[in-house]
Design a protein around this ligand. Sequence first.
Ligand SMILES: *Cc1c(COP(=O)(O)O)cnc(C)c1O
Length: 480
Amino acid sequence: MSGANPLSNPSLAAASNIPSVDRVLNLPQVQPLLAQYGRTQVTATLRKHLDALRAKALTGKLPASEIEEPLLCATLGKQLTEASRLHLRALFNLSGTVLHTNLGRALLPDEAVQAVVSALTSPGNLEFDLETGGRGDRDSLVEDVLRELTGAEAVTVVNNNAAAVFLMLNALAQRKEVIVSRGELVEIGGAFRVPDIMQRAGAKLVEVGSTNRTHPADYANAISARSAMLMKIHCSNYAISGFTSSVDVATLAELARPHGIAVTVDLGSGTLLDLAQWGLPNETTVRETIRQGADLVTFSGDKLLGGPQCGIIVGRADLIARIKKNPLKRALRVGKLTLAALEPVLRLYLAPEFLAERLTTLRLLTRPQAQIREQAERLLPLLQSVLANRYTVSSEAMSSQIGSGALPVDQLPSYGLVLRADNAGGKRHGRALDKLEQALRQLPRPVIGRIANDALWLDCRCLEQQDEASFTAQLQDFSL
Ligand SMILES: *Cc1c(COP(=O)(O)O)cnc(C)c1O
């Protein structure tokens, strides 16, 4: 056997010294674990741990301290806690991107949380008409409020905006042509590419114009008996500037009307109110798009709207009826939790006076820089003391992004903490930063920042007052 001989070294343990499973299970410290996790899980975890210790003992490298009963029990407790932690976890989004797709996009207001809890724990009238006692339609739960907010005749809700676009194309343009400007054939977040979605939906894409300029005549010349619709797509995540022109919805509507073909718009974020009133960049609203003559508009529920993940289609009643009859609607429909969360969020828009306070997304987007700065300065001493001698921490101005492709070129003035590695240059500097970024990411409630220009940036915009205490509490005993 290799390694030191445990018999001649009292600080090493032999395999035969390792206590049995039964013995450990009967220790008083293990009883609370049994009560919490149950005998099945505790036994399995313990067996695995003891097997690992035995393997180590056989190489002659097992410190005797590791098989002392208090340490054994503590390790068992830690392993059980870790194994029972859910995979989807709450974290701190200090990335500077408010609607971060990988971090779950919009955060929902309390009204939505309460409604979801109720939908989870009580039966509800999801598809049950309380007036007639007959079968109801789940879309009708949000139809009135969406009609009021958008001016549209009818609505339907599906899993996300990609599903909305797909369903709309399949229901209205299968084996027909859809005319789109070359400047709007976008890819959004890898898997959503307009030409691919179009093909999968069974529609034939007819590209018109050029990347930077498309004119009314380009659409007019492409219209034929095979045309089903003229479609516009919001260039969510990129901007064309310089020598450009595109055709607006009103002009498309005029071109389409004599031919009886539909004008549809994928608005992406789909804002319901003019954001300029809160100092945010202006975006065309769903209502304006409908008023300009769009027959159908699709948009996401969890981008600027600030609701749950879903895709909303609003517009002409006859077209919505055709969409709802398509069998794919059944496959793409939303569940009760989504509708439960969506309705109260939409209702907040009926009181725009309170929106910036009550709608979480808008509250985060409109947080005043001075307030974020105060917070960053309040947090500064703690981070400085925790990271002393290894990293320099300062509070600095920075820019947040809205995210999720909304208004990609606009930046929101923000404030936060900037962490730089001390006493290291070049590669070592990079490694020290990576190590810090990783350690913050592995906290019980992970802290997600962003590395840029040889520093780790923690944007405080999305750290709301009520989360500050738990943020600082977990950093108190942070170590690298
Ligand atoms: C975001 C976006 C989509 C995809 O929406 P999801 O809700 O993420 O499926 C589609 N089109 C545009 C223009 C978008 O901005």
